[in-house]
Ligand binder design. Structure first.
Ligand SMILES: Nc1ncnc2c1ncn2[C@@H]1O[C@H](COP(=O)(O)OP(=O)(O)OP(=O)(O)O)[C@@H](O)[C@H]1O
Length: 330
């Protein structure tokens, strides 16, 4: 059995705009293992969606610059658009951010699903719709939703329909981009659990779950990768990232999470001072250095990606000397 579904090495994907290049994905390296859910987190604008889109399409102004991406044996950055299209929904499937807004109010869910399937060259016969009904059942939706319009469904129901559509051809790799952010807390948990179920039932093999919300990742992700301003910051098993973070940015993210049972008067939430840098024509060096309380002159140079422990990697010049308890150290 293949160990990794996806192998990404030194990937650079920039937006080519009139003023120059927005370096949104800059030298990112990681693997996605067979059978795992990898959570991808980081502040708004850090390149999470760009990383996801670079696996799915290379529409202008996004431009592939360099690096290798191996998706179950396919070198996808070397493929042309028509070759790549054949992989969509079958090998790789993306639930994009704001997918909930993509439903047409004038189409019944059934028509919407049929149109999408036909676009991918899939026959929309009885067998197809039997499978759709089976999958609707799996996500706790009655088949009657097929004859309803999207405005008749709640956000959580729509998100479950989207999940069914995106996985109807049993893709090996699913990317779910902010699929829970527009939902209430119980729908969030339900949708996240559904994704884990799809993996447990081997309908999908592996997934990347993109979110700002580390607490959801804590529930379902096997590993978590943190990005900062277009760069890789840290990746590791979920417990390791939460209990033993080695990048000062990861530590700040963890500290900014509210903890149930602790009142504000007892412990203030630690925010992260400052804002991320602009990525337009950005130069060398650790991109977190302007906000990092531990930054030294060396941070003007770009830190290498180093191994902390099994499956745990970090890009920070000071990870060894700082250890994981970063509080109060300088
Ligand atoms: N079409 C575009 N043209 C130019 N720059 C872009 C374009 N789309 C995104 N960017 C820039 O690329 C960077 C990464 O954006 P991206 O949407 O990938 O971040 P993100 O981490 O997914 O953010 P969010 O969590 O808000 O969705 C940002 O600086 C953004 O402004």
């Amino acid at each position: 059995m293949r160990e990794n579904i996806l192998e990404v090495k030194n990937l650079k994907a920039y937006y080519d705009i009139l003023k120059g290049q927005v370096k949104a994905v800059d030298n990112v390296t990681f693997n996605l293992k067979n059978g795992e859910i990898l959570g991808l987190a980081g502040e708004s604008g850090c390149g999470k969606s760009t990383l996801a889109s670079s696996f799915i399409s290379r529409k202008k102004p996004l431009k592939y610059i360099s690096g290798d991406v191996d998706l179950v044996g396919h070198k996808i950055m070397e493929m042309d658009e028509s070759e790549f299209k054949k992989l969509r929904l079958r090998t790789i499937s993306l639930i994009p951010q704001y997918a909930l807004d993509a439903f047409s109010p004038t189409k019944k869910i059934k028509t919407y699903i049929a149109d999408l399937a036909r676009e991918q060259g899939v026959k929309t016969d009885k067998a197809f719709f039997d499978k759709v009904k089976e999958r609707l059942d799996l996500v706790n939706l009655d088949e009657s939703v097929l004859n309803r319009y999207s405005i008749e469904l709640s956000g959580g129901m729509k998100q479950r329909v989207i999940m069914v559509i995106s996985t109807i051809l049993d893709p090996e790799f699913l990317i779910a981009d902010e699929i829970t952010s527009a939902l209430d807390v119980s729908s969030q948990r339900f949708v996240a659990t559904m994704l884990a179920n799809l993996r447990d039932l081997e309908i999908i093999k592996s997934a990347i779950f993109i979110t700002h919300d580390l607490s959801i990742l804590y529930q379902i992700a096997d590993r978590i990768m943190i990005m900062y301003a277009g760069n890789f910051a840290e990746i590791g098993p979920t417990d390791e990232i939460v209990d033993n973070p080695r990048h000062p940015y990861t530590r700040s993210l963890i500290d900014s999470l509210p903890k149930v049972g602790i009142q504000y008067k007892d412990k203030k939430l630690a925010g992260i001072d400052g804002t991320p840098p602009h990525l337009l024509n950005i130069g060398e060096g650790c991109r977190f250095r302007e906000r990092c309380p531990y930054a030294i002159d060396k941070c003007e140079e770009t830190p290498p990606r180093e191994q902390v422990a099994e499956d745990h990697y970090v890009s920070c010049w000071r990870w060894k000397e700082l250890g994981s308890d970063l509080s109060g150290k300088k």
